[in-house]
Design a protein around this ligand. Structure first.
Ligand SMILES: Nc1ncnc2c1ncn2[C@@H]1O[C@H](COP(=O)(O)OP(=O)(O)OP(=O)(O)O)[C@@H](O)[C@H]1O
Ligand SMILES: [Mg+2]
Length: 413
């Protein structure tokens, strides 16, 4: 019997600016193959909510049926990714006794139990858990362990980072997808899936910052020792920069957006004198000129504030000097010229637009598609060692019983 069952997996990144979808052919033997990718302009999604269900569902219908037609492949289940502006995150903590008296060997069951309790304590009533990342365990109050499995102890503590979303939002997403004729298979944080698609395990081990710069928010993920150590979602997206240009130079928003893309540049030290010239723009019926340097003078302090905020997050995580693999950036905001150079200067580590780890054919802008690709080829490396979310995805009863028996065996022999 062949175990190599091929499946078609669809990832859909619900961005504020664009919906991005990817179809991948996945089996147990070969590397996943991308068989379709597409984007459409988003309508009906605002900052942190769905403002028009019909618009969103029409967009989903268009992008997914388009992929179906082009690829001639059929699918119904979709893995949804939500951007940082939809996600809240916090640290949570729990402590459990391991044995009535004496010591006990810590099993996966104990770890699952404490993860579960910490998550329950960290989630509010109107929220749904999206991811959990065990950051650290403490055995007997002093022994810090990334993975306590097999250690002896009397009590176990867990510090867990959780990412949650409003239940109403999740319900609305389900509704929009169903209305479009598809089913939601999973919901994930798209920046995390981007990171999974772009970072090698070695990057996560050596330490790196992964930045996803979207429309309304910038997500900052800090990895070290192979796990997500800290997560920051800054209320600071590429749209604010357009608004700033529009306000300070007194230009309509759309024009400010064009100028941002074509002429804006973050100036780093010496190159400030080099930016000269004027931009000719059409305004009403006539043309006006805008000094290019004045655009850069709006963009530079804005970008510096963003870089400073990212720096603060890294310092809070106490990882400033442990980011050997450098900084990786994705999302449309990463295309702002000079931004990566200013990050590189601030952090003194290599900074680049992230590359997707699996082979992709002729993608003109892979950094924008990283989220949907990650959703379609997910390797689900949410954390160590057993993410709480997986507790709900257990197998058959027989599997559970044999698993528990194995654990009891480990515990007593
Ligand atoms: N060349 C460019 N220079 C600067 N900014 C750009 C450029 N191209 C696109 N952007 C900005 O990138 C943003 C869109 O990024 P992206 O496609 O990653 O958003 P999204 O995934 O839809 O949003 P989100 O992740 O916030 O939901 C827009 O604000 C756009 O102005
Ligand atoms: Mg995005």
């Amino acid at each position: 019997m062949s175990m190599n069952k091929e499946t078609i997996v669809c990832g859909l990144d619900l961005g504020v600016y664009r919906l991005k979808a990817c179809l991948a052919r996945v089996d147990h033997v070969h590397a996943p193959e991308i068989v379709g990718i597409s984007q459409v302009a988003t309508r009906g999604i605002r900052k942190s909510s769905i403002s028009d269900l019909q618009d969103v569902s029409d967009g989903i219908n268009r992008i997914l049926n388009g992929l179906k037609e082009k690829s001639k492949l059929d699918f119904k289940d979709v893995h949804i990714g939500l951007g940082g502006h939809f996600i809240q995150h916090r640290k949570t903590h729990a402590i459990i006794p391991l044995a009535d008296k004496g010591n006990k060997v810590i099993t996966t069951f104990d770890i699952k139990k404490i993860n579960h309790q910490a998550c329950l304590l960290g989630i509010n009533l109107d929220e749904k858990l999206i991811h959990d990342f065990p950051v650290q365990y403490v055995v007997d109050g002093f022994n810090m362990a990334a993975n306590p499995l097999g250690l002896h102890g009397r009590k176990l503590e867990a510090n867990i980072l959780i990412a949650v979303a409003q239940s109403n939002l999740i319900n609305n997403v389900h509704k929009a997808v169903q209305q479009a004729g598809f089913d939601v298979k999973t919901v994930a944080f798209s920046s995390l899936r981007s990171a999974d698609a772009c970072l090698a395990d070695d990057d996560k081990k050596r330490g790196c910052i992964f930045i996803d710069m979207g429309v309304e928010a910038t997500s900052v993920l800090i990895f070290k020792e192979g796990v997500l150590k800290n997560l920051g979602i800054l209320n600071y997206g590429s749209n604010q920069l357009t608004e700033e240009i529009s306000r300070k130079l007194n230009l309509p928003f759309d024009l400010a957006e064009d100028i941002k893309r074509s002429y804006a540049m973050v100036l780093t030290g010496d190159d400030s004198a080099m930016i000269k010239g004027e931009i000719l723009v059409k305004r009403d019926a006539s043309y006006v000129t805008i000094d290019r340097q004045s655009v850069c003078q709006v963009v530079t302090p804005w970008a510096m504030t963003l870089v400073e905020k990212i720096h603060q997050l890294v310092r809070q995580a106490d990882l400033e000097h442990h980011l050997c693999a450098g900084i990786f950036v994705v999302g449309g905001g990463a295309l702002l010229s000079g931004l990566l150079e200013s990050m590189e200067q601030k952090f003194s580590v290599p900074t680049k637009v992230a590359k997707i780890q699996i082979e992709t054919k002729q993608l003109n802008n892979p950094a924008v598609y990283a989220g949907c690709i990650g959703l379609a080829v997910q390797r689900a490396t949410d954390g160590l060692p057993v993410p709480f979310s997986q507790v709900y995805k257990q197998g058959s009863m027989l599997h559970k019983v044999t698993y528990r028996l194995k654990e009891l065996y480990q515990e007593y022999f």
